[in-house]
Each structure stands twice: as structure tokens, then as C-alpha cells.
Design a protein around this ligand. Sequence first.
Ligand code: PLP
Length: 393
Amino acid sequence: MISINPAVARLTDWRAEMQDRLGQLQASAPDLILTGGGEWSTDIAMPSHLVEAAERAVRGRPQYTTSAGIRELRAAISDKLKAENGITCDPDEEIVVTASATEAVNVTLRTLLSPGDEVIVGDPYYLALYRANFDLAGADPVFVPCAAEQNFHLPTSTLRDYVTERTKAIVITSPENPTGAVLSRSELEQVAEVALERGLWVIADDMYERFVYDGHQHVSFASLPGIAAQTVTINGFSKTYGLTGYRVGYVAGPADTVRQIAKVHATTTLCASEVSQRVALAALQGPQDWIDPIVERYSRARLEMARGFNALDGVSCPIPDGAIYVFPDFASYGMTSMQMAEHLIRSARVANRPGRYFGDRAEGRVRFNIPPDVEVASEVVRRVKAALEALEH
Ligand SMILES: Cc1ncc(COP(=O)(O)O)c(C=O)c1O
């Protein structure tokens, strides 16, 4: 066989593996609840202003847009970053709209990282996205263990220990997927101190910024004093507005770096879909008050689920500070996370993802999406309880 790029041949196709093994099981499970993927529940209706924006856009003739994204959308993102995140970004020079935050991560890492560079990342983390892109860039991840006992917070006070001559970047995802860990301002300041001292890039993934609970505050890394010139912020519309299927994200950072990222983006997708960009624009320009009640619903269901899991024999489940997942530990049942994931789909008919998709340290765990309803959350716990009782323990 004629060879292909070995870096690609070596990549693990996490999604195919998951879809083959779990997707088929899920498809054949009767009366399945939850979704396994990081999406809003389809029980939440799309607000009419977003549906109308999509309808208007498809009735026209959607075209290629400028590669960086339609100007109005970049201006709206710039306004949003200033008002909500304390980040000042020129819409013409410092923002590129991408076809999803997944693309934003891809083009950013391909721009910043070279073969042999090291990149520091907390573990557990969103492996399916980040690991593949580290591998494609030829960069070596350096994992910083984030302990469940510390609610999975990155141990920022010891971050220096992980920096070497080869370190190029640090990835900060707060709230984190799958753990929900929300880093405090002072923790982020410790990261900034290291990045400034050692001249490192910080890739700040703000995807879950709206999903923070119990009075925790999301702080955007790029808003910290003196660090903006070294920070590329990644964000999108999938989580804040439930627009997962529209595939819109963006990169915001210093002009000269964003210009380089824009070149990679232009050769990757040319531009994000115009229909999707128009919907994203409507989301930013339209009312925002419909989101808080949804976050509140997630918050209540999160407590129901995490407390419910903690009450189960041999299960422990940190209460997440943010994001839309709970990440309980089932290690005491002596199964791999894939075995437990399959058992819970077959026997509890609850969709989930095995911990191994989120790093080596997450092997005993399973990630569940939080549903936006307390009743569904308690039904998940009830079913999982019954499925665990059916096991030898
Ligand atoms: C931390 C994080 N970043 C980025 C993404 C990508 O989001 P999207 O490609 O839907 O914009 C996700 C999706 O789950 C995520 O969890």
C-alpha cells in the first residue's frame, strides 16, 4: 500500500471508535435517556428569533463570506468580548470566525505549535479534540494531573514544575470538559505569571463560560493584566446558545498571530457557513435573558444527579462547578470505563461516554450529560443504581 502521512496514520479515531461501539449500542437501546455528546437537550426549544434568522438566511442565496467571517458578526463578537469578558479585540484584525470551536482549536494549534514543542494541559481534559491536534502538530502534551479531591482544579501553584526548555504553550479550559472545574481569578493569575515569566502561549478555551454554578465566576484568561499579547481565546456558539449543529466558533487574539491563524483557517474551510454566521449574529444581537433560566435548570439537575450518584454504593461524584457534565467514579466496580459505559447503556439505557475519552487518569469514570430537568436527572440515577445492583460488587 502506498503510505500516507504517518502523523495521520498514527491518530486514534476516537469518534469512529465511539460511534462503532457505543453508537450502535445506543441506537438499539430501547427508551434511552440523555445524549452522550456535549449538546443541549433537544427538549429545549429553539428561540424563535434564531429560527427566523436561519429561515431568512436560507431564503436568500447564502454565499462565501470573507474568510474571517462577516464583518457584522466580528463586530458583535468584539462588542461581546469587551462587555462580557473584559477583552479588547479589533474586529478587523484580531478576530476570525471559524466553522466551530473545533476548527478554532485546530487552526490555532497548527499555527502555534511545531514538531517537538511541549504543550501543558490538565488531565482529565477534552482529549478527543486536543490530543488529536497535538499529535497532528507533532507536539508533545505534558499532562498535569488534576485530582478529584481538588474538584479537578489544575494545580496552578506547581505549574512551573512542568515547564521545560521545550514548552511552547499552556491550554486552559475553564469550565473544563468533562470535569466542570472553574478556575478562580487567582489560579489564572498564577498561570499568567508562569506564561509571562517563561514566554509561553496560552490557549484559553472559554466554551462553557455561561455554564457556571453556585456563585462561581468565569474569568477570561485574556482579560488578566499584561497577558493578552500571549493569549489566543477560543469560543463558539454551541454551548452558550445551544447551536451545536450550526458549527460556528471563533478565535480572538493579538493581530499578528490572528493573521497567521487566518491563513490556516482560509485553507481549511475558506469561511464558516453564511447561514450559520447569520444565526450566530442573531444570537449575539438578540435577547440574552432566555439563557439564565436554562443555566438554572442545568444547575438544579446537576445537583440532583451528582448527589444521587454520591449516594450510590461505591460511587463518588464531585459536584461540578460548571459545564454540562457530571463525571462520577465507578472504579470500585473493577471494570474498565468502556465496560462500564457499555453496561450502563445496555442495562440502564442511559447514554454516556467512557472516562478513557478524557485522559488516562479518568479510566474508572463515566461522563454523563446533565439533562435540563431534575426529573430526568433522578431517573438517570435510579436507572444507574439498578444497573449497578445487577453487578457483583
Ligand atoms: C472544551 C471544548 N472546546 C471546544 C469544543 C468544540 O465545540 P464546537 O466545535 O461545537 O464549537 C467543545 C465541544 O464539546 C468543548 O467541550
